[in-house]
Each structure stands twice: as C-alpha cells, then as structure tokens.
Design a binder for this molecule. Structure first.
Ligand SMILES: Cc1cc2nc3c(=O)[nH]c(=O)nc-3n(C[C@H](O)[C@H](O)[C@H](O)COP(=O)(O)O)c2cc1C
Length: 301
C-alpha cells in the first residue's frame, strides 16, 4: 500500500530520514531502517574535508513546536564516510548521500566520491542556513542553483536531488531552474533561518548566533512550498519540514509530494517514528478508500 518510487529508486514506504538529524554514524542510519517504516535514508551532508562545525551551544529547544540548530556542517569529510555508507546500506534501504560544497568543483568531487561508494542518489544541500554567507549562497540564486545541479548531473550517473531553502522570495523559480538543469527530484524545504535570544543575558543563545528552525512549526510553510513547486515542475517533489505523524505525511503527499522526509520528529517520537507514521498513513488511506499511496499524490490541486 505504501510502496512508491522516486526517479527509479524503489521505496518500501514514502518516508525518508532527513539529512543530519542522526549525525554521522552509519550504525544509527542502519538502525532507523531496521526499526521499520523508513523507505530510504539520507546521510549527514558531507564535504570535501573534515569540518568540526560551530562552537556550542549548537541546538536550542524551542517549546513552540520546533528547535533551532546551528551545527555548522560538522562532518568527517566524504572520504572518511565510506565505511559508514557500507554499514548504513546493510539496513536494506536505499542510502542517499547528502552533498555540500563551497565551489562547483567540491560539489562534483563529493558527489562522484559518494557515487563510487554506492549511494543510490545524491541530494545536493544547496543552502545551509547557518554557515556564513557562502553556505547559503547557491540555493538563494536560481542561476547558481542551475549551475551546481547541471555540473553534478553531468558528472554522475545516479539520480540528483536538489534540496531547496524557503528563505528566498520565490522558491518556485529556483525549483524550475533546478529542473531545467536536469535534477531528478526536488526536496523542499531545509530548515528556516532563525534566532533565539536569552532575555537574561541579552545575548543570542546559539554559538553561531543564527541557526535553522525545524520541526512542526515549519510544516505549514513546507506544505505550501511543496504545493506551489509541484504545480509547476514535472520531477518528483520530496516534502520535508515538520512532519511527525501519518496525517502530516499524507498532507505533504496531497500537496504534491511523492515522498516525505522526517528529521526533527525523531527527537519527539523516537527512532520508531517511521514505523508509527507508516501505520498511521495506512489507516488514513484505508479510511479514505485508497488502495495505494500513489493515488493521493497531488489531489489537493
Ligand atoms: C540537528 C540538525 C542537523 C541538520 N543537518 C543537516 C545537514 O547536514 N544537511 C541538510 O541538508 N539538512 C540538515 N538539516 C535539515 C534537515 O534535514 C531538514 O531539512 C529540516 O530539519 C526540516 O525537517 P524536519 O522539520 O523534519 O527536521 C539538519 C537539521 C537538524 C535539526
């Protein structure tokens, strides 16, 4: 009932682990799959060389439905991640490699490296809300997004997914540029630029001052983005941002998503969230008289 496909990648369910939430251990990624319910997993974003990330604190817990994080792309560098990918693959679900770079050349090298290590697809992290101006750069400009996607697409044989930010005046224009550049799918959205100030100290709480807001509070924005993008592009859209229940996932799919990523929800519903959400989705589908999850994609249009 929940089987689906994203650009030739077969998924047991439309639920995908979002990049970064579980850090960089292959065993954690594998565990998500063995707990059941996840159709695929995305690795932490990997770059050309190891990065230690921002100074602490890197996460602020907001009581109002989400959290703000500024990890600063801490990662071991793609070459040190080969064994972790091997371990993650043992879970039996497709592993999608998340790629960031500070130049086109870096994006290409990391994507090619991850392809060699056997990932099923690469997801291009085009905008990191909390890594300086360069980090947020590519995904904020339709021309640069086009160039990055095109450069990677011409360099690898596996599907290329463009992950977009909603911190732009028109996300649909950026999505169309990525489609024109040949991307195979679009993930919308990444965490939104945000900030928390401690009223007793009068200082920003995060070590990096600014971070990315994720969790249920961003879901309505993410659903709106998916709806608008799906209306204008032909490639599959992967919803991301605040999904924690079956109802959320169904909502994303009715807006036009072919699959849904879950990240922050793991912190509130635990690592069995994928199993719980897939069960809840099945119940909603049965209630509506649907036989297959594909029937609900985009019905809100
Ligand atoms: C702690 C943390 C680390 C993250 N690291 C990454 C990352 O490395 N690459 C990336 O593309 N997105 C990263 N994200 C963003 C998530 O993948 C996701 O796009 C965002 O959190 C919205 O989804 P959610 O509300 O389900 O968490 C991170 C989010 C959090 C909370």
């Amino acid at each position: 009932m929940l089987k689906t496909e994203i650009s030739s990648i077969k998924l047991k369910t439309p639920l995908i682990l979002a990049s970064g939430i579980l850090g960089t251990a292959g065993t954690s990624l594998k565990r998500i799959v063995t707990m059941g319910g996840a159709g695929a997993i995305v690795t932490k974003s990997l770059g050309i060389s190891p990065r230690s990330g921002h100074k602490s604190p890197t996460i602020v817990k907001e009581e109002k439905g989400g959290l703000i994080s500024a990890i600063g792309l801490a990662n071991p560098g793609y070459e040190n991640f080969k064994d972790e990918i091997e371990i993650a693959k043992q879970g039996g679900a497709p592993v999608i490699g998340s790629v960031y770079g500070f130049s086109f050349r870096e994006y290409i090298e990391v994507a090619q490296g991850l392809e060699d290590y056997g990932v099923a697809a690469v997801e291009l992290n085009l905008s990191y809300p909390n890594v300086g101006k360069t980090g947020a750069f590519y995904g904020k400009h339709k021309e640069l997004s086009f160039e990055v996607v095109k450069a990677v697409k011409e360099s690898v044989g596996i599907p290329v997914i463009a992950k977009l930010t909603a911190n732009v005046s028109d996300i649909v224009t950026v999505a169309k540029s990525c489609e024109d550049a040949g991307c195979d799918a679009i993930t919308a959205i990444t965490a939104l630029e945000a900030m928390k100030i401690n009223v007793d100290t009068g200082r920003p709480v995060l070590g990096n001052k600014v971070g990315g807001l994720s969790g249920p509070c961003i879901k309505p924005i993410a659903v709106r983005c998916v709806y608008e993008i799906a209306k204008e592009v032909d490639v599959p859209v992967i919803g991301c941002g605040g999904a924690t229940t079956g109802e959320d996932a169904v909502e994303f799919m009715m807006a036009g998503a072919s699959a849904v990523q879950i990240g922050t929800g793991i912190l509130t519903r635990g690592i069995t969230i994928f199993k719980k959400v897939s069960k809840e989705m099945e119940e909603i589908l049965k209630r509506g008289g649907y036989k297959n999850v594909g029937e609900i994609i985009g019905i809100a249009h």
